[in-house]
Design a protein around this ligand. Structure first.
Ligand SMILES: C[S@@+](CC[C@H](N)C(=O)[O-])C[C@H]1O[C@@H](n2cnc3c(N)ncnc32)[C@H](O)[C@@H]1O
Length: 303
């Protein structure tokens, strides 16, 4: 299995979901990596997010971003925008802003285009949709005021080169990640306890490359908004989990085993919302403990 955040750390099992007469073996489909959202998973995501609880969540996320930002941003970038669920809500709240949605999937971008066309406004002049396999360090460096990374599930191809060339092994980061991956807690409630250290290390290092890409797209002082599924707020995570999360997003302050990871962002705040949309995770994992939860909106400032 290649990396992704819904199924991360849950190796060694195989599940399938029967939905609208289409059986989805998520593990199998996700091995298609960058093509995954052009097929069954993309059709599933399009349907799955087309309901009231998702509409409410996307509206809440957009309102949250609006109330957080004092000044009007000039460019907001939706990183891995999918079928453009968030864009209409943002367009309403930021009528003078330019938007770019980026995604690797042609199907997702087609759905986003249709969604924007249905708005019946001049949104086509305000929103540009770009097909890109992320992380991509050749695009739009230092241009955005805000970058949004919402319900991430970045699928990486087996070509390690892209990551190697963009800091997979990066100074002290490598040693910090090794330390964080190898650390274990005896508490069985620690979601990471049973994880394979090598897989965890790979996931931490790739996650950091993605964060480096998010940082590179932003102006200094720009805001990165990360929206991630979770069973509880950030403050409820164990200290080790918090350090891993902060490492991946590039906001880790603390030294680990005498070493400091590269800082890309300053942590500002994180707010947790209970939501039925946690079922998205359950659909992929079929783990009953993934039925209840919600999502966190985390604000980071580019340093
Ligand atoms: C769970 S969906 C979330 C989409 C969107 N942010 C939303 O909230 O609807 C994950 C998205 O990531 C995109 N994606 C996965 N791997 C990618 C990659 N390597 N490059 C660009 N997009 C990718 C998929 O095509 C999909 O649209």
């Amino acid at each position: 299995m290649k990396g992704n955040s819904f199924l991360q750390g849950k190796s060694g099992y195989r599940r399938s979901v029967f939905m609208e007469c289409e059986e989805i073996d998520f593990i199998q489909e996700l091995t298609l990596t960058s093509k995954a959202y052009d097929g069954k998973i993309g059709r599933w995501w399009g349907q799955q997010t087309d309901n009231r609880s998702h509409a409410y969540a996307y509206s809440n996320i957009a309102n949250y971003i609006r109330s957080f930002l004092q000044n009007d941003p000039s460019l907001i970038l939706d990183y891995a925008c999918g079928p453009g669920n968030l864009l209409p809500h943002l367009l309403e709240l930021f009528p003078n802003c330019q938007f770019i949605g980026m995604d690797v999937s042609a199907l997702m971008l087609e759905l986003a285009k249709k969604r924007l066309a249905r708005l019946g406004t001049n949104s086509s002049g305000q929103v540009e949709l770009i097909r890109a396999e992320l992380p991509d360090f050749s695009l739009l460096q230092g241009k955005a005021s805000v970058v949004i990374f919402c319900f991430p599930q970045i699928l990486w191809d087996s070509d390690q080169k892209r990551y190697d060339e963009n800091g997979y092994m990066h100074g002290e980061d490598t040693e910090v990640a090794k330390f964080l991956a190898a650390s274990r807690r005896s508490n069985t409630k620690d979601a990471w306890t049973s994880d394979d250290a090598q897989m965890l290390l790979d996931s931490l290092l790739r996650g950091k490359v993605v964060s480096r890409n998010l940082r590179g797209l932003l102006k200094k002082g720009g805001i990165c908004v990360r929206v991630e599924y979770g069973k509880a707020g950030r403050e409820k995570l164990t200290e080790l989990e918090q350090c891993r999360l902060a490492f991946e997003e590039g906001s880790l302050e603390k030294s680990m085993n005498g070493r400091k990871a590269e800082k890309l962002f300053a942590f500002i705040s994180s707010t947790y919302f209970q939501s039925e949309i946690m079922e998205d995770v359950y659909y992929q994992t079929k783990d009953d403990t993934d039925r209840k939860g919600g999502y966190s909106i985390t604000m980071l400032e580019a340093v």
